[in-house]
Ligand binder design. Structure first.
Ligand code: NDP
Ligand code: HSE
Length: 433
């Protein structure tokens, strides 16, 4: 006979932005959760780095510890909730937790992207559940939607705005409210940014989320290290302005496409026409636009970072696992599938439309030579825009292209940028429909 467990013990690892949100939700919603699900979630232990830190979460000193073993060795802890971030020691702790018979919930996309294979395998080996809804797009239940709601579908491609910090920065730059540095500082103050904000700004956090999404959407192991990544650090206000004049906005996108020659996975600033479903996603909001063969096009939208949206996803996973424990349902990890590896296309093999900004001497024949070099490399021009003319200074010339292979574009740009009339390295921004 199955023993129904009504109170599920939680070990909370980390009491920062997300941990505090989880603590507060459990405190304020415990009765509601119990009423809805029949289970009570009770925090048994909270592990942090420092006991001296002043905390917004009013946790009893009896439950707070700095020793992870206090959670791992506590038989009253059923679910370990990992909210410390980073690869080490999070990886080792999760491996030990599964071996100790604990289920795990994590928001740690870095860990799943870089060490997912070993983590998923360990969960499967010990028949434990691993919840990771909060790891991608904060409060949006995209993981559950792909895993369950769309289980009968083949997903052919998706485009996602998956980093709230970068989207806040780009929104501020596009709307002209504040500059890059101020927007980043505001995102940090609101708890959106990673503890190392270079992960956000340089596109790495988006690539982590892309790897997690691609694993589920395309049911494949993804070698995170080969995903081409560009962040938003070098984007200039000038290109954001020109994009606007041409009827586009620039967003940092995580792109996943299944192609005949491999998976096209990449993260980079991307120009989207203003009528694109992702073009009006502003601030900390995230969105994923995907195509599923049975269900068709769909758009997921919501807050991608921050204390409560992220904690809401964490608690959702905890409830899901707690219900399984309560119902005595076997918790073998349904997240793990035998690794099937697909090639990730190198950036040179990808195909896109491009925005090119050449900074050139305003002299006769310059534009002709650029056009000729592009043509010789198989790149067709969609439109040309000379921004202003100046007899002595260099002037910006913007060209939009039709679709071309990136290696062909790069070959053309090597020749063009070597011309003496071309005064700066050409700016390239990829364009999506
Ligand atoms: P914070 O930096 O705000 O909090 C981290 C917490 O972990 C702190 O309480 C810290 O302790 C504790 N901690 C760090 N290392 C250890 C350790 N070795 N042992 C014990 N405790 C430790 O991070 P966030 O809450 O912002 O992020 C947590 C996770 O959630 C990360 O994986 C992040 O990527 C992810 N995430 C964050 C989102 C957000 O909006 N912030 C959204 C989605 C996912 P102390 O307080 O003593 O320093
Ligand atoms: N730093 C991340 C972001 C947190 O800004 O989107 C949410 O994963």
């Amino acid at each position: 006979m199955t023993v129904r467990k009504k109170t599920i013990g939680i070990g909370l690892l980390g009491l920062g932005t997300v941990g505090t949100g989880v603590f507060n939700i459990l405190k304020s919603q415990a009765a509601q959760i119990e009423k809805k699900t029949g289970v009570r979630l009770e925090i048994r232990k909270i592990c942090v780095r420092s006991l001296k830190k002043h905390r917004a979460a009013r946790a009893s000193s009896k439950v707070i510890t700095t020793r992870v073993d206090d959670i791992l060795n506590d038989p009253a802890v059923d679910i370990l909730v990992e909210l410390i971030g980073g690869i080490h020691p999070a990886k080792e702790i999760l491996l030990k937790a599964f071996a100790a018979g604990k289920h795990v919930v994590t928001a740690n996309k870095a860990l799943l992207a870089e060490e997912g294979k070993v983590i998923f395998l360990q969960a499967a080996r010990h028949s434990r559940s691993l919840g990771f809804e909060a790891s991608v797009c904060g409060g949006i239940p995209i993981i559950q939607a792909i895993r369950e709601g769309l289980a009968s579908n083949e997903i052919s491609h998706f485009l996602g705005i998956v980093n709230g910090t970068c989207n806040s920065i780009l929104s501020a730059m596009t709307q002209g409210s504040v500059n890059f540095e101020t927007a980043l500082r505001q995102a940090q103050e609101k708890g959106y940014a990673e503890s190392d904000s270079r992960l956000d700004v340089d596109g790495i956090d988006s690539a982590h989320k892309l790897a997690v999404l691609a694993r589920l959407a395309f049911r494949t192991e993804v070698d995170f290290r080969v995903i081409p990544v560009e962040g938003i650090r070098s984007l200039s206000a000038l290109d954001i302005q020109y994009a606007k004049e041409l009827g586009y906005v620039i967003k940092l996108l995580a792109i996943g496409k299944k192609t005949n020659s491999g998976l096209d996975l990449r993260v980079h600033p991307t120009m989207l026409p203003t009528d694109h479903p992702l073009a009006n996603v502003w601030g900390v909001y995230n969105a994923v636009f995907l195509h599923a063969d049975q269900a068709g096009d769909m758009l997921f939208y919501g807050r991608g970072a921050g204390m409560l949206p992220t904690a809401s996803a964490v608690v959702g996973d905890m409830i899901e696992i707690a219900k399984k424990i309560h119902d005595g349902v076997s918790s073998e990890s349904v997240f793990y599938e035998p690794p099937q590896k697909r090639k990730v296309l190198p950036i040179g093999e990808t195909v896109s439309k491009y925005y090119l900004r050449f900074q050139v001497a305003d002299k006769p024949g310059v534009l002709g030579r650029i056009a000729q070099t592009l043509g010789r490399n198989g790149i067709s021009i969609l439109s040309v825009h000379q921004k202003e003319s100046h007899p002595t200074q260099s002037v910006p010339v913007v060209i939009l292209t039709y679709q071309a292979r990136e290696s062909h574009l790069r070959a053309a740009l090597r020749m063009i940028d070597a011309q003496k009339e071309v005064k700066e390295k050409t700016v390239v921004i990829r364009v999506e429909k």
